[in-house]
Design a protein around this ligand. Structure first.
Ligand code: NAD
Length: 437
């Protein structure tokens, strides 16, 4: 099968590499010429474990190509996947579909023979129908069908998620298109991965509903963790207890500084707007949006309390700035709210992140950057853990203490065992457990 993937971002690049590794012939197109040139040179534009080797192997095998020109790739394609960004629109919080529709206008002149055009991007319900309408208008002669194939991979484990998915979801209203989609996912079906076929509106809505549900779980445990602190309960114990109920599940029950990333905030916001427009308001999800915005800001008084009342004149070592570990993605990261607020209140911030610095530096003016955790701790009054990178789980606390001026450790991800931190002489503040415990 010939595939044309439009977009070489987190989703497009990973999907293109994985499809080519199935044996399909893939052309991955991005209009960002620097990005394409970098990939061709073997430099991945994103940090994603295993991606570089996968791309290299399939490029060498002649199955994976990168270009800025889509004409030929679309002409040859059985399937065109749209994996362009759908960011939050300024002003109204709805999904900005300009990249999707631009890509649609660009592929239209080159459709040739029966072609399935499918969205991998997260798009609001009704978008497939609108793409079909636009393509039909631009190319009344063309033989095509439009599907929805929302992507569920997670940054940091994207290849594993693509190749071992909980399910592949395809929204399709056309038998010929369904046959093509069955074929392209045949390698996963052979491995017993469930490929679920539903209507296009259901697929589109399911992606948003899934993300909103996961975001709701995070906001839920964040509020429960606040309650734990007030009543002497331990959120880790509460999460284990409720998470062992299979109806609830133990995932996404980790309290922290609020959710971020390229998906949850924008998808929650877009779903809320879809609900309002459809006159089916989603009051629960509206609350999630509000709770999460407040959550990030609420980390400031928490850090101030730990610092003895205020952070003015204090040096804060901040470990982790990405919204989650194993990625360099800074989009909507809580650090983008928390670090500037700490600096506004007169703190000096020294940050370290294993992969995020290059993306973070222009977004966080005023932050000093360190090469590792020890370097960040130099002269610090307090240490704040913001992202649960694995290397922060095994920090050498003794060495950190020697570098620091103070003894305060604010662990906003509960990566440390409080008793271990206390043994090393730290005053430990976790989330959802007794202060100093
Ligand atoms: P991204 O911003 O990393 O990548 C999008 C790419 O598309 C960019 O490289 C951009 O240059 C390119 N592009 C835009 N318009 C183009 C055009 N007309 N022709 C060629 N290239 C074009 O975005 P992403 O994180 O990969 O997300 C893509 C979509 O997938 C979004 O809708 C997102 O919600 C969804 N999604 C993302 C994730 C994730 O973890 N990042 C997971 C599931 C779904």
């Amino acid at each position: 099968m010939n595939i044309c993937m439009i977009g070489a971002g987190y989703v497009g690049l990973v999907s293109a590499a994985c499809f080519s590794n199935f044996g399909w012939h893939v052309h991955c197109i991005d209009k960002d010429a620097d990005k394409v040139a970098g990939i061709v040179d073997g430099k991945m534009p994103i940090y994603e474990p295993g991606l570089e080797e996968l791309v290299e192997r399939n490029v060498k095998a002649g199955r994976l190509h990168f270009s800025t020109e889509l004409a030929e790739a679309v002409r040859d394609a059985d399937l065109v996947f749209l994996a362009v960004g759908t960011p939050m629109r300024r002003g109204d919080g709805y999904a900005d579909l300009r990249y999707v529709y631009q890509a649609v206008a660009e592929i239209a002149p080159h459709l040739n023979g029966f072609t399935v055009v499918t969205t991998k991007s997260t798009v609001p319900v009704g978008t497939s129908r609108e793409i079909e309408r636009r393509l039909r208008e631009l190319r009344p002669d063309a033989d095509f069908a439009v599907c929805s194939n929302p992507e569920f991979l997670r940054e940091g484990s994207a290849i594993q998620d693509f190749t071992h998915p909980d399910r592949v979801l395809v929204g399709v209203d056309n038998e010929r298109a369904k046959a093509k989609m069955e074929r392209v996912y045949e390698p996963l079906r052979l491995r017993n991965a469930p490929v679920i076929f539903v209507g296009r509106e259901s697929a589109e809505l399911a992606k948003y509903a899934a993300n909103a549900f996961l975001a709701m779980k995070i906001s839920f445990i964040n509020e429960i963790s606040d309650l734990c602190e007030e009543v002497g309960a331990d959120v880790q114990q509460v999460a284990t207890a409720i998470g062992s109920d299979r109806r609830i599940g133990d995932k996404f029950l980790h309290p922290g500084p609020g959710f971020g990333g390229s998906c949850f905030p924008k998808d929650v916001s877009a779903l809320v707007r879809t609900g309002r427009e459809a006159r089916a308001p989603l009051s629960l999800i509206e609350q999630v949006e509000k709770v999460n915005t407040e959550r990030k800001i609420a980390m400031i008084p928490r850090i101030e309390r730990a610092a003895g009342g205020e952070v003015r004149g204090k040096t804060i070592a901040c470990l982790g700035v990405t919204f989650k570990p194993n990625t360099d993605d800074m989009r909507e990261s809580p650090s983008l709210v928390i670090l500037p607020m700490l600096m506004e209140r007169g703190a000096r911030v020294r940050a370290y992140d294993p992969q995020g610095r290059a993306n973070a530096e222009p977004l966080l003016p005023g932050v000093e950057w360190a090469d590792d955790a020890l370097d960040a701790a130099e002269g610090a009054d307090l240490l704040v853990i913001l992202t649960e990178w694995n290397e922060f789980r095994a920090l050498n606390l003794r060495a950190l203490k020697e570098r620091m001026r103070g003894r305060i450790l604010v662990d906003l991800r509960n990566v440390m065992r409080p008793e271990v931190a206390a043994e090393e002489g730290f005053v430990y503040h976790g989330v959802g457990r007794r202060e100093g415990a």
